[in-house]
Design a protein. Structure first.
Length: 269
């Protein structure tokens, strides 16, 4: 009897060890720029407090017992790296949905599954001194006024399709906000999950000189899309991660965002 119990326990331990060994670190690519509260720090290094989205990615991998290997990349390198299978996952919006080499979670109609995605809103920051009415529709207001976006933004084509006057020369949010402050552009559009996610950071850093227009330009979703090669090799694991993101992940992300909103601005840390 004791031998039987020992044999079963040994078999279970061997199985768990095999499962852990089979789960290699999951390479996840993301922006090498500071974008509070989602991604903190710049360059290749991942800081101890990496940002709300970075922590969500770590939990995303952990939902199947894996560890996330975070890879910070220049914005123009992320999509090619995902297609090539150099990384397993990366945040992608709907503009990448029909790209060969990239796999999205699909719903019953074989469309990108919004239930296993995060919300995405394109919001606009402006100078408070311009006294733009809060009811202003930014998709109309910026038809003839320069609107900054970061270089390589995936939503550029969609914004140009709306007839917006786009300035995409600055590489990160800090440079765009500085251009806004210096009157070189009249607004800065950036993607966020909830419209107010960056409000605390902007208020702390610019002391009321820069504010957000209440109405987003448009809304979309963002997915942790997988490389086709990784999905083919780990289909069940990837589907389980995506399902976690759409349930517990969304709730945990909300808590993380509140936690990071309470941190001081990057220059103060």
């Amino acid at each position: 009897m004791k031998f039987g119990i020992f044999a079963v326990s040994f078999a279970i331990s061997i199985g768990l060890a095999h499962e852990a060994a089979a789960c290699e670190p999951v390479r996840v690519g993301y922006l090498d720029q500071e974008r509070p509260p989602y991604w903190l720090g710049t360059g290749a290094e991942v800081p101890a407090k990496p940002g709300a989205s970075a922590e969500l990615v770590q939990r995303f991998a952990a939902s199947t017992g894996c560890q996330a290997d975070l890879k910070r990349l220049p914005v123009m390198r992320i999509k090619p790296a995902l297609i090539a299978g150099e990384i397993a996952f990366a945040p992608m919006d709907s503009s990448a949905a029909n790209t060969a080499g990239i796999v999205f979670p699909l719903d019953k109609n074989h469309q990108p599954d919004t239930a296993r995605a995060l919300a995405l809103n394109i919001i606009v920051f402006v100078r408070s001194a311009d006294r733009i009415p809060p009811t202003t529709d930014p998709s109309r207001y910026f038809q003839n006024r320069p609107l900054g976006i970061t270089l390589g933004s995936s939503y550029k084509a969609r914004m140009q399709g709306l007839g917006l006057k786009i300035d995409s020369g600055a590489v990160d949010i800090a440079r765009n906000l500085e251009k806004l402050r210096l009157n070189r552009i009249d607004g800065f559009a950036v993607s966020v999950t909830s419209p107010n996610d960056m409000d605390a950071y902007i208020a702390q850093k610019y002391k009321g000189a820069i504010v957000r227009l209440p109405q987003p330009i448009f809304s979309d979703h963002i997915w942790l899309a997988a490389s086709a090669s990784y999905y083919a090799a780990h289909t069940a694991q990837v589907e389980k991660m995506w399902t976690w993101l759409g349930s517990a992940g969304v709730r945990e992300f909300s808590v993380l965002l509140k936690e990071y909103a309470e941190l001081p601005p990057p220059a103060s840390r």
